[in-house]
Ligand binder design. Structure first.
Ligand SMILES: Nc1ncnc2c1ncn2[C@@H]1O[C@H](COP(=O)(O)OP(=O)(O)OP(=O)(O)O)[C@@H](O)[C@H]1O
Ligand SMILES: [Mg+2]
Length: 382
């Protein structure tokens, strides 16, 4: 549908919409009698049924308590289930909110006692699972996979673990070794929501913003459980005080994180994974909250071959070279280096030349172009 809807198109669309709304309320009436009272209904702003009706969108809520009262007044008595839409009748008529979570599960009725909460558009985007990557695609890292098994079990059946639930795990190791990839695989394989944030994104503009953001993040994850919160580049905020000219906003983030990691709130089905390249430089109090530290090492010779061959198989053209030749010469390369600095530029060169296949010359050019070989030790603050 284009931005401009002809008269007829609008007519048809609205007809359909009204019809659906009518059907929907019939269904609700039928279910109403059996629906249990809702403990929680979480909404996300979904927009208007017609485009271009309003420009200031997405919207956000200033005062959650006030929103709750406002929402309850309109929708008390309504029966809702996951995925349903509720339409605002007052401030922005026909603005739709979608139900993203109800407790208890199934159709529930909004009552005086229902907690109605609002999921920010940005958090809602975060919680979507990035389809694809599974552990099968991660080369090596056998101990990582072994350790993640417990987490997988937990996310599949949080109740079985009770007080023995895994909560906070630290992934550490050089850049490009698959930490983010492993977190994605974990979420994918357990169909958990993934909340992937960089630690620096948690710093707010104003005092108090940071801790609020963190609190919202953990709450959104809790409401979407099972969920994985992945905090990348933890060292960017969690540096030991001796390395850090203590900035108020950073200290605030660390303190808020400490509070959430401590799990004061009941934390069912949420695992927090933080990643860092420099665990030794982390703030001691912060580091101690992670019950498990899992190391990601640079790939061995055999693993480098597997990574090279694995990605080369997915090339859109043939590779006319024995990749074993490159195993010794890529000592110290991470999985990312192999893929992004060796294979990808070689492929691009071959494509540009309209070559029939990726040849030794292409790979040699790519290898030579890699800046700073042999690789210097990683800068501590990069
Ligand atoms: N062991 C591996 N097996 C397969 N692919 C890998 C492996 N390690 C890295 N890669 C490739 O490198 C890419 C980058 O890895 P990833 O982003 O997970 O690294 P990281 O450890 O999170 O790095 P950083 O510390 O810089 O955030 C992956 O998306 C994947 O394509
Ligand atoms: Mg990463």
């Amino acid at each position: 549908m284009g931005p401009y809807l002809g008269g007829i198109a609008i007519q048809t669309y609205l007809d359909e919409w009204v019809l659906n709304k009518a059907k929907e309320s019939k269904r609700r009436e039928a279910q109403g009698s059996e629906a249990r009272p809702a403990r929680l209904v979480r909404l996300r702003p979904a927009g208007f049924p017609l485009r271009d009706m309003h420009r200031s969108y997405p919207i956000n809520v200033n005062d959650e308590k006030l929103f709750e009262i406002y929402a309850k007044e309109q929708w008390i008595g309504a029966t809702v289930a996951n995925g349903d839409y509720l339409f605002d009748q007052r401030i922005i008529p026909d603005f739709a909110f979608q139900v993203v979570k109800v407790l208890p599960a199934g159709p529930v009725m909004i009552t005086e006692n229902t907690v109605i909460s609002f999921m920010k558009a940005e958090l809602e985007r975060l919680g979507r699972v990035d389809a694809g990557i599974g552990f099968g695609e991660i080369v090596g890292h056998e101990h990582v996979k072994r350790k993640c098994k417990v987490v997988i079990r937990y996310l599949q059946d949080p109740k079985a673990f009770g007080e023995w639930a895994p909560r906070n795990i630290l992934f550490f190791g050089p850049p490009g070794t698959g930490k983010t990839m492993a977190a994605k695989a974990l979420a994918n394989e357990t169909r958990s929501a993934l909340f992937l944030v960089r630690a620096t994104e948690l710093i707010g503009e104003y005092v108090g913003d940071g801790s609020k953001k963190i609190h919202e993040l953990f709450r959104a994850a809790q409401d979407s459980a099972p969920a994985v919160i992945f905090i990348d580049e933890l060292d960017a905020v969690g540096l030991d005080r001796s390395y850090q000219a203590v900035r108020g906003d950073v200290a605030e983030v660390v303190n808020a994180l400490l509070a959430e990691l401590e799990g004061i709130h009941e934390n069912r089905g949420v695992v927090t994974i933080a990643a860092t390249n420099n665990p030794g430089m982390l703030d001691g109090a912060l580091r101690s909250r992670f019950e498990e530290e899992i190391e990601f090492k640079l790939p061995t010779e055999r693993e480098r071959l597997q990574i090279l061959e694995g990605y080369a198989r997915r090339f859109p053209m043939k590779v006319g070279v024995d990749l074993r030749e490159y195993v010794k010469r890529t000592e110290g390369f991470s999985g990312r280096d192999l893929k992004e600095k060796l294979l990808k530029p070689a492929l691009h060169k071959a494509l540009l030349e309209d070559a029939p296949e990726v040849s030794q010359a292409h790979l040699e050019t790519a290898l030579k172009a890699i800046p700073g070989r042999p690789r210097p030790p990683r800068e501590m603050f990069s």
